[in-house]
Design a protein around this ligand. Structure first.
Ligand code: PHE
Ligand code: ZN
Length: 862
């Protein structure tokens, strides 16, 4: 049964309506009689009235039918309301028993208890627990769980749940049972169970206080060899959290299970993390360097949640960034400590600009702490996660490292075992930092990316210089007028002629809409380096010339600022080319040449710095996006960079060509630069470019090189393209994660026929909307391909809308995630905008639409 909700009157949940729960549930005993077609769930809740609250016990349910309801051992009166079970209780504490039957194998939403690859697993965040049993499914109800599972032993030899195992045994008919107990009270969204035929890669970790923890990563037996990197990453994350935050793990076992069907990346269930297998499985032949890095980051992220999320959870879902923003901040710093911090910062800012800035500038813009939602799963956004992380980073910058650590210590101590708010976190920062963050709090309530305009004035005679800063936040839905924010901006001045430092780096706390920072004794014209390290998540506009940007890209002593100057130079050049049909490529070519030959730079940094901004980021700079013109301008600049610097690219390429695979920061950097160079050699139009790529494709001893070469070929016209795609497909046809790459590579191709190719791929026998990774690998990737998706025929819009409507019937959450690119219609010309809008209207008018997709589509039309 598909319980797609009726969207006639979707209810809006508001932050200001929060009321504490009327009933608490200190204990629960769950008993699962597991089987894929029919699983019986018995729950025994000890419930207690919260203070002197009145009203019935309300147990949320989603598509559940009570088979039995008992209070203190006797059959009880009950009623249903919006799927919830309501019971009037006379006293202050009772024992409530319920029984339901659910069908995991028919659960295509992948929320609640579902089947994946022959195993059974759960996903409860945010509101999946109510699809398993009746319960007050809200994060401020903290409960101790005892879980008993019974299942067929041959089919499900491994039975896992949260906490520690406390017993197991045999049953009749080939069945067996296991019982787990989690001593830490937790909200229902952190419940998990897994029943499956799984093998473990095990290790032990000794915590700083000397406790031994058994770590295990559970996968299909044949995937065991691909779990070492995840296990190693887990150990590093555990040690890092002790060193950097003083946080120690608190149970005797830590289990991770990888499943192929998963709506998100991974889930931090207490003691039993469940992962999308793409964030666990890796070996050099099947995973790219990017995959390896992502695995380490996600394993760390979920582990860090044990403190920032589980020990301290969220009072309500409006506080989601309390755990997600902070935990992303923590995983970003962890990754920075594993290799090049500068390159990591560049990658994080690139992600923010690609995913969060457009969100903040579009119809789905919302504050880091939203005020209302229709469907909470729509709020697992780049704003909550990545902008939320930037907020923590700004507070860390303002406080400095010692006070920031004191503040997190205070937060962890004070709120341990509770459900807290963003406000609680900021109050700890204020208290331990000895500062007033009143104005800073606007970052939590005001949506939209602040814009800072910076200009420098200089009087040669008096030696006086000034940096003039202005700020403003654009209007966003429901927030027409904004107050100025507190912006921590790291700035520094250089001399335009000498290149010397004129004024050392300083942290400017811009709090007014305008400010002037004065400098004395400035003998030469100054060039400003602003928002160094990307100290604030803002858009900076300056009047710096191409010459000044070229200079900073070669000489700024902050690596992020160097990258940023190069990006700005490239952007200015591309925007100008789009506007005028041609631009002056020489300053970019000079700056790239200089960077390629700077002996002080590592290869990973060079590779990032010389990459052109994406089509869509160029589009974000323009009042009306012209996808074709942007594509042509960018291709022309790529071709000129390829031609003018061909010898340099070949040199860079040759330097790394014969490397054997190794997973180290230096080896990764060399591979990255090699593949960037291959792209430029190809862009140059050199006659041997395709065969160079094909040789790399065939001889690669790792997926980074193989996929890098494939991507180059897939965007070209060489007859080697089809051969390479076929070889790749055949070689990896039994590996779902690599087949995802095969689909994605084609969806991202810059060829003219990509829209038709993608429509054909949607009919390929290996394509399926039922698996979220596969759906995203084709549909999600295609909608990121600006030129192909925005083909002026509107074919891309129609195709994506069809897929969203089809997927919504199976999996509303994942369908809704594919919608935002269609919602950006105001950014395009009338023809495109009109076609996008009419697809949104078609989606909204679809009968039986989920509230997930309804919310995204209707808000995009407003
Ligand atoms: N809480 C998970 C994380 O960020 C994300 C998630 C949300 C996973 C909802 C599944 C469902 O780590
Ligand atoms: Zn998280």
């Amino acid at each position: 049964m598909l319980d797609v909700q009726n969207t006639a009157q979707p209810t809006v949940t508001r932050r200001e309506d929060y009321v504490a729960p009327a009933w608490l549930v200190p204990e629960i005993a769950l008993d699962f009689d597991l089987s894929p077609g029919e699983t019986r769930v018995r729950a025994e809740l000890s419930v207690e009235r919260n203070g002197d609250s009145s009203g019935p016990l309300r147990l949320d349910g989603d598509a559940l039918v009570p088979a039995a309801v008992r209070v203190d051992g006797a059959d009880a009166e009950w009623r249903m309301e919006d799927g919830a079970l309501l019971i009037d209780l006379p006293g202050d504490s009772h024992r409530v028993e319920t029984e339901v039957v659910i069908a995991p194998e028919r659960n295509t939403q992948l929320m609640g208890l579902y089947a994946s690859g022959g195993n059974l697993c759960t996903q409860c965040e945010a509101q999946g627990f109510r699809r398993i049993t009746f319960f007050p499914d809200r994060p401020d109800v903290l409960t101790r769980y005892r879980v008993r599972m019974a299942a067929d032993k041959a089919r499900y030899p491994v039975l896992l749940s949260n906490g520690d195992p406390v017993g197991s045994g045999e049953l009749e008919n080939g069945r067996h049972w296991a019982e787990w107990h989690d001593p830490y009270p937790k909200p229902s969204y952190l419940f998990a169970l897994v029943a499956g035929d799984l093998a473990a890669n095990r290790a032990t970790f000794t915590t700083q206080s000397g406790r031994e923890v058994t770590l295990a990563i559970w996968v299909r037996e044949r995937d065991l060899p691909k779990t070492d990197h995840a296990l190693e990453s887990l150990k590093r994350a555990m040690a890092w959290d002790e060193q950097v935050y003083g946080r120690e793990y608190d149970l005797d076992v830590f289990n991770i299970v990888a499943v192929d069907d998963f709506n998100f990346g991974a889930m931090e269930n207490k003691g039993l993390n469940i992962f999308n297998s793409r964030y666990i499985l890796a070996d050099p032949d099947t995973a790219t360097d990017h995959d390896y890095d992502a695995i380490a980051a996600v394993v760390a992220h979920e582990y860090f949640h044990n403190w920032s999320g589980n020990r301290i959870t969220c009072r309500d879902w409006f506080q989601l960034s309390l755990k997600e923003g902070f935990t992303v901040y923590r995983d970003q710093k962890f990754s920075a400590d594993q290799g090049s911090a500068a390159v990591k910062r560049i990658e994080d800012v690139r992600t923010l600009r690609a995913a969060q800035f457009p969100e903040d500038a579009g119809p789905l813009a919302h504050p880091v702490r939203p005020d209302s939602y229709i469907e909470i799963s729509n709020f697992y956004t780049a704003t909550i996660y990545n902008k939320g992380a930037e907020l923590i980073g700004m507070m860390a910058t303002i406080l400095g490292p010692e006070k920031f650590r004191a503040a997190t210590d205070l937060y962890f101590t004070r709120f341990d075992g509770t459900a807290a708010t963003c406000e609680d976190f900021v109050a700890c920062m204020e208290e331990a930092g000895g500062i007033d963050l009143t104005q800073f709090r606007l970052w939590y309530s005001q949506a939209g990316t602040p814009r800072v305009t910076a200009s420098v004035t200089h009087e040669a005679g008096s030696g006086r210089a000034a940096l003039n800063l202005r700020q403003g936040v654009p209007p966003t839905p429901g927030q027409p007028d904004k107050a100025p924010m507190l912006l921590p901006l790291k700035v520094k001045l250089f001399g335009a002629e000498s290149g010397r430092e004129i004024a050392p780096e300083q942290l400017v706390l811009l709090s007014d809409s305008e400010a002037e920072i004065a400098f004395e004794g400035v003998g030469e014209r100054p060039v400003a380096s602003i928002n160094r390290g990307f100290s604030a998540p803002v858009i900076v506009e300056t009047d710096r010339s191409a010459a000044d940007l070229g200079f900073l890209s070669g000489h700024d002593d902050d690596p992020f600022a160097r990258y940023e100057a190069m990006q700005q130079l490239m952007l200015d050049t591309l925007v100008e080319s789009v506007a005028r049909g041609r631009g002056d490529h020489a300053p970019v070519i000079d700056a790239v040449r200089h960077t390629l030959h700077d002996p002080d730079l590592d290869k990973a940094f060079i590779a990032e710095a010389v990459l052109l901004p994406s089509d869509s980021f160029v589009g974000d700079q323009m009042p009306v996006v012209d996808p074709e013109a942007i594509f042509r301008a960018r291709e022309a600049l790529r071709r000129d960079l390829g031609r003018e610097l061909e010898a340099d690219w070949r040199e860079a390429y040759e330097a790394a060509r014969a490397n054997r695979f190794e997973y180290s920061p230096a080896a990764k950097g060399a591979r990255r630069l090699k593949n960037v160079a291959l792209g430029y050699i190809n862009a140059s139009g050199a006659p041997d470019a395709a065969s160079l790529a094909f040789v790399q494709f065939e001889s690669a001893d790792n997926m980074t090189d193989r996929q890098g070469a494939l991507a180059t070929l897939a965007s070209g016209t060489s007859e080697k393209r089809v051969a390479a795609l076929d070889i790749f497909y055949n070689r990896y046809s039994d590996n779902a994660l690599v087949l995802d790459k095969w689909f994605t590579t084609q969806a991202l191709s810059s060829r003219d026929d990509t829209p038709q190719a993608v429509e054909a791929l949607a009919k390929h026998k290996d394509f399926s909307l039922a698996n979220p990774n596969r759906a995203r690998s084709l549909i999600g990737a295609f909608s990121m391909n600006q030129r192909a998706f925005h083909h002026d025929s509107g074919s891309g819009y129609r195709f994506v809308a069809d897929q969203i409507i089809a997927l919504d019937k199976l999996n509303p959450q994942t369908a809704a995630k594919l919608l935002p690119p269609l919602g950006r219609w105001r950014r395009f010309d009338e023809n495109r905008g009109e076609r996008m809008r009419s697809e949104l209207e078609r989606i909204v008018a679809t009968p039986g639409l989920s509230k997930d997709v309804f919310e995204q589509a209707s808000k995009s039309l407003d």
